[in-house]
Ligand binder design. Structure first.
Ligand code: OGA
Ligand code: MN
Length: 276
């Protein structure tokens, strides 16, 4: 390993010192992917990537996938997604408000979930706006054995309406988003041999269980996963870039005001593994 890095917490997070001129270097990409596998969340302080550089980094780490463009009517969504509640920029306010709740990206569309998400801070909120990450892989590993056994074979339906249940009536969600639903195994046996929990705000119902039983299991797993030992909270500085493994982490943003001006530029690294 030639890259310099500091471990942020034992279970999740590393700060990496990256020289922008090495972004397109395959050897650097290999080391970054190793660090991502080990630490789940990589923080690059004040990297100040341009959109072009962010796309280059995303490409070097496995290729860009445009999840916003998977929604009917949004096929022309820009390659770099502007995560913001700013008037004028924001045509998908409810969707961005949904990022205030723990979630994984891309679980409601029919493609392998993005391997990782890349976020650059372009404008900070004066209050709130920190992003939190929770390791679903560390959380699963630490579950009691009998609870793991009880989760074997369960499947869970993820929907956009479930993700927005705290902020909208399902009938007010626009039709294209309301149609988004996808069923996944609740426990993801990943190619690297570890297992991850496929949970979060989009998790609606466990197949074959009542709503009450589903919510009991899903709430318990969510609370277990977001306990402090498995989480890292990032307080952004302008220009920071964070890359996180979306296959084994939940994330959410601490609420910020709709007129805060907060602006993040997001890209996603194409998933290689369907959830199995
Ligand atoms: C997202 C997201 C977090 C943030 O865009 O999917 O979760 O901190 N963003 O804005
Ligand atoms: Mn997200």
């Amino acid at each position: 390993m030639t890259l310099k890095f500091d471990v942020l917490t034992p279970m999740i997070g590393a700060r990496v010192h990256l020289d922008r001129t090495t972004l397109r270097n395959p050897a650097t990409a290999r080391e970054l992917l190793q660090l991502l596998e080990r630490h789940t969340v990589l923080v690059f302080p004040r990297l100040n990537l341009s959109d072009e550089e962010q796309l280059a980094l995303t490409g070097a780490l496995g290729g860009n996938v445009n999840i916003a463009a998977r929604i009917a009517g949004r096929e022309n969504a820009e390659a770099v997604y502007q995560v913001s509640l700013n008037e004028g920029v924001r045509i998908e306010k409810e969707y961005v408000l949904g990022t205030f709740f723990w979630h994984m990206d891309g679980l409601t569309v029919d493609i392998p979930p993005p391997k990782a998400t890349v976020l650059t801070a372009r404008h900070l909120a004066a209050a709130g706006g920190q992003t939190e990450f929770a390791s679903t892989k560390a959380a699963y590993a630490a579950l009691p054995a009998e609870e793991k056994a009880g989760l074997e074979g369960l499947r869970v339906v993820h929907t956009v309406t479930a993700a927005l249940r705290e902020i909208m009536h399902p009938e007010d969600v626009d039709a294209a988003r309301r149609a988004l639903r996808h069923e996944h195994p609740l426990v993801w046996a990943r190619a690297d041999g570890t297992k991850s929990l496929v949970i979060g705000a989009t998790a609606d119902l466990i197949t074959g269980k009542s709503q009450a039983e589903s919510r009991a299991i899903l709430s318990r797993l969510l609370e277990w996963t977001v306990q402090p030992a498995f989480t890292y909270r990032h307080s952004w500085a302008l220009g920071d870039c964070v890359v996180w493994d979306n296959t084994c982490a939940l994330h959410r943003v601490i609420p910020y005001a709709t007129d805060s001006g907060r602006m993040m530029h997001r890209t996603a690294i194409a998933g290689t593994e369907p959830v199995t």
